[in-house]
Design a protein around this ligand. Structure first.
Ligand code: UDP
Length: 356
C-alpha cells in the first residue's frame, strides 16, 4: 500500500515521528512537507532531532495568509498526488496544511485518512475548528485519539471508518521522554526544577488584535514567579508589530527565549511547576508528564484533562490565571485517556485494513 502523508508544522512533525515508523512497517510512505512552518527552529530541528525521514517532496509554501497558503499548497500538492498515485492520503490535526491536503485528496478522488479526527472546541471562529470539521467530513478513515472524539463524530452523523486508536502524541512522549530527561534544559536557563512556569502562546485569538496582545502582556506581567516563554516566531512578530515586545523585556522573572526543539521543550516541561499555554498539544503533554496545566483559552478539545482536574481553563484573564496558579494540584491517578502509547501501530493497521 502507498500512502502519501502531508505534514507542515511543528505539532505535525512530532506526530509524524512515531507514525512514519509504523506506516513504513506496513507499506510504502511518501512524505510531503508543505513548508507551512519554515523557520529552522520550527521545522528542520524537528526532523533532525526526532529522526523523521527526509521529505520526498517539499511544497515550499512559505509565508502568507491562510487563504494564500491553502491555494498554493493545493495547487502544488495536486501535482504530487497525481504523480505519485497513492492508495491513500494521510493528514494530521487541524492546520492550514491539513485542510489543503484534505481538499486535494477529495478533489483527486483519493481516499483520505485523518489523524486526530473528531476533536471539537465548538468554537467555529477558531481556524483550527474550521479545518478539522471540514477535514473530518471529507475523510474515509477517521483516527480518533479519544472516546470523546468518537462521540463528537457520531453527533455529526459520522460513524463509518471511525477508529479509536489513542493519541500519537502520547507515543511520541513515551518515545522521547528518556532522551529529554537528560537534556538539563531548566539548568541551562538558570531555572530550578519545580520552581518555574513554562509558557507557550501562539493562537490567532491571542495575537491578532491589539486588545488580545494587551491581555497577553497583562497575563505575562502578572505571573509573579519565574517563567520561561519560548516565543513562537509568529507571536514575536505580532508583539513587535504591536509595539508590545520591549515592555515584556522588563518583566521580572520572565525569560523570553527563542522556540526550542522538542527534547528541550519536553525537558523544560518535565521540570516545570506548571504549564501556562494556549497550545492544543502542550495541554496533553502536561498531562502525560504529570504537570498541572493552565490553559489561556475558554474552550479546549481535550475536555477530559479539565474534567479530571488536570487542566484549568482561564481565558487570557490575569485574575483567573492568578486564581488557577494559586490552586495548582495534580490528582494522583492519571487515567489512560490517550491510549496505551501504541496509537501509531493502531493507526497504520486501521488505514491498511480500511484502504489497503
Ligand atoms: N514545542 C516545542 N518547542 C516549543 C514549543 C512547543 O517543541 O518551543 C512542541 C510541543 O512539545 C508540542 C508541539 O510543539 O509537541 C505543540 O505545538 P504547537 O503548540 O505549536 O501547536 P498545537 O499543538 O497548539 O497545534
Amino acid at each position: 500500500m502507498r500512502i502519501v502523508s502531508l505534514v507542515g508544522n511543528r505539532p505535525q512533525f512530532v506526530k509524524a515521528a512515531p507514525l512514519c515508523i509504523a506506516l513504513r512497517a506496513q507499506g510504502e510512505e511518501i512524505l510531503v512537507h508543505s513548508g507551512q512552518h519554515y523557520d529552522p527552529e520550527l521545522a528542520d530541528l524537528f526532523f533532525d532531532e526526532l529522526g523523521i525521514p527526509s521529505p520526498d517532496h517539499a511544497l515550499d509554501v512559505g509565508p502568507g495568509t491562510p487563504v494564500h497558503q491553502i491555494a498554493i499548497m493545493m495547487e502544488r500538492f495536486e501535482h504530487v498526488v497525481r504523480d505519485e498515485k497513492p492508495d491513500a492520503v494521510l493528514v494530521y490535526g487541524d492546520t492550514t496544511t491539513t485542510l489543503a491536503g484534505a481538499l486535494v485528496a477529495a478533489k483527486c478522488g483519493i481516499p483520505l485518512a485523518h489523524v486526530e479526527a473528531g476533536l471539537r472546541s465548538f468554537d467555529k471562529t477558531m481556524p483550527e475548528e474550521q479545518n478539522r470539521v471540514v477535514t473530518d467530513h471529507l475523510s474515509d478513515v477517521l483516527l480518533c485519539p479519544t472516546r470523546q472524539a468518537v462521540d463528537n463524530l457520531a453527533a455529526e452523523g459520522i460513524t463509518h471508518g471511525v477508529h479509536l486508536v489513542g493519541d500519537v502524541m502520547f507515543d511520541a512522549g513515551r518515545m522521547f521522554a528518556p532522551l529529554a530527561e537528560h537534556r538539563g534544559a531548566p539548568a541551562a536557563h538558570g531555572l530550578e526544577p519545580g520552581g518555574y512556569l513554562l509558557v507557550t502562546i501562539h493562537r490567532a485569538a491571542a495575537t491578532d488584535t491589539p486588545e488580545a496582545l494587551g491581555a497577553m502582556v497583562q497575563v505575562l506581567s502578572s505571573l509573579g514567579r519565574p517563567a520561561i516563554f519560548p516565543v513562537h516566531p509568529r507571536t514575536r512578530a505580532k508583539l513587535q508589530a504591536g509595539g508590545r515586545w520591549d515592555a515584556l523585556q522588563d518583566v521580572p522573572g520572565l525569560i523570553l527565549a527563542p522556540p526550542v526543539g522538542y527534547l528541550d521543550f519536553t525537558s523544560l516541561l518535565m521540570g516545570a511547576e506548571a504549564v501556562v499555554t494556549d497550545s492544543g498539544g502542550v495541554q496533553k503533554e502536561a498531562y502525560f508528564h504529570g504537570v498541572p496545566c493552565v490553559t489561556l483559552r475558554d474552550t479546549t478539545e481535550w475536555v477530559e484533562t479539565v474534567e479530571g482536574g488536570f487542566n484549568t481553563l482561564t481565558g487570557m484573564d490575569p485574575a483567573k490565571v492568578q486564581a488557577a496558579l494559586a490552586e495548582l494540584s495534580m490528582p494522583a491517578e492519571r487515567p489512560p485517556y490517550y491510549g496505551d502509547g501504541h496509537a501509531a501501530d493502531a493507526i497504520a493497521r486501521a488505514v491498511v485494513a480500511e484502504l489497503g
